[in-house]
Design a protein around this ligand. Structure first.
Ligand code: CTP
Length: 403
């Protein structure tokens, strides 16, 4: 999965011949899972039609402050557009538009949106080689970069004028790669490894039966996604679950039993900076596993169970600098019990779910949690989706580890 997945991408198109390549660029954004809106300068419509771009982006294309064809002219709000965007990519960026951007002009919707946007702005220049080399253009590049805008450099090659040199807009595939690398490089968990456990464990009774629990694995998978979205390399050790995930930064390690999970966690733990153990690990496992299917020869059946190893406690004992997060599911004396677990297992943070809260727990799509850290700071949250809870958790970890 691309780091652009789920992002709101605002594409600004200005009047250069390279505008024809933006059809491919929009398609690549959509393919990477982004939502795309397009804002054009009026003159750029001579190079590519809004219809092409609205069809590909699945959104209306905007180029003026009001919709001219509309008898009840509706105000196209550049402020809303700027706030909607997670990133604003101006490609192609002509010398004219860059000069206006550098000097605060706002005589078209694209420029007004640029001035309103609070998100990261990227610009991919495209022009003839002499224009590209001109000191005035260079001054625009410098000024825009001094504002924090990121330049996607033009490449050398044959230009529309027939001349060969620097000034060709980066190819759409290269713009995507540039954006992905730039976003990843700035993420707070870039280069950090995070180990996550998720799901239930199944403890075999015989070849066909097991003891399990109702954990869906959803919370752990959302935590994995949130970690990868911050640039972390994730090792997701998961018990049996229907959850699916595909992300270039997430390595899924499937396991079945508590013992398998213990072995895998210990295999990776020394290599990670952060470990988040959200799995609902069985506390007991059958003392003997029958090699053959148990037959119903009597009216009752006694199974003898033994304790499983506490994975979280075992890594809490040996941890060096790792930031360790555990979960606690409680029904009574919630805070007291969670703080007890945090201390006993040598954790940095514990996530408390109370079964008394509606919508919390391990089956549904929502959760209501409280974070408690090792300085006994308690932070309570409202009922949220598990994806939002995962984001809150990762934000807290980034804050606490000053990553
Ligand atoms: N955990 C673990 N290995 C186990 C059991 C639990 O790693 N064998 C982890 C869980 O992933 C979770 C935390 O420990 O992060 C839960 O702690 P636990 O003491 O098991 O809490 P509860 O399941 O709430 O158990 P209890 O019955 O003691 O309240």
């Amino acid at each position: 999965m691309s780091i652009l997945s789920g992002k709101n991408v605002l594409l600004g198109i200005t009047a250069g011949i390279a505008a024809y390549k933006t059809a491919a660029l929009v398609r690549l954004f959509i393919k990477s899972g982004a939502q795309v809106k397009v804002v054009m300068t009026p003159a750029s419509k001579d190079f590519i039609t809004p219809l092409t771009l609205s069809t590909l982006s699945k959104n209306p294309v905007l180029s003026s402050f009001t919709n001219e064809d509309d008898t009840d002219a509706v105000w196209n709000n550049h402020v809303d557009l700027g706030l909607w965007a997670d990133i604003f990519v101006i490609a192609p960026a002509t010398a004219n538009t860059m000069s206006k951007m550098a000097n605060g002009s706002s005589d078209n919707l694209l420029l007004a949106t640029y001035l309103s946007a609070k998100c990261p702005v990227y610009f991919a220049p495209a022009m003839d080689l002499d224009m590209y080399k001109h000191n005035s253009t260079k001054a625009s590049f410098d000024k825009l970069q001094s504002f924090g805008n990121v330049m996607i450099p033009a490449t050398s090659g044959e230009l529309a004028s027939g001349l060969v040199g620097e000034g060709r807009m980066a190819e759409p595939e290269d713009i995507i790669t540039f954006l992905e690398n730039d976003i990843l490089g700035k993420l707070p968990l870039k280069g950090k490894k995070v180990l996550i456990t998720a799901g239930p464990t199944y403890e075999a009774i015989d070849p066909v039966r097991f003891i399990g629990n109702h954990s869906s694995g959803k919370m752990g998978f959302e935590i994995a996604k949130a970690s990868a979205n911050l640039g972390a390399e994730v090792i997701l050790i998961t018990g049996p679950t229907h959850q699916k995930i595909s992300h270039s930064l997430i390595n899924v390690v499937p396991v079945t039993s508590a013992e398998d999970m213990y072995q895998q966690v210990h295999k990776y733990f020394d290599t990670v900076a952060i470990a988040i153990l959200s799995a609902a690990v069985a506390d007991f496992t059958p003392k003997e596993v029958s090699a053959k299917k148990i037959k119903k020869t009597s009216d009752t059946l006694k199974l003898e169970l033994k304790r499983t190893k506490d994975i979280l406690a075992s890594i809490g004992e040996t941890k060096k600098n790792q930031f360790l997060v555990g979960f606690a599911l409680e029904t009574h004396n919630e805070l007291e019990n969670a703080i007890g677990k945090l201390k006993k297992k040598n954790l940095n943070l514990i996530v408390l779910n109370s079964l008394q809260d509606k919508g919390a727990g391990f089956k549904g799509d929502t959760n209501k949690v409280t974070f408690i850290d090792n300085k006994s700071t308690v932070t309570e949250f409202q009922l949220k989706s598990k994806a939002e809870v995962a984001e809150d958790l990762l934000n807290e970890i980034v804050k606490q580890t000053h990553a």
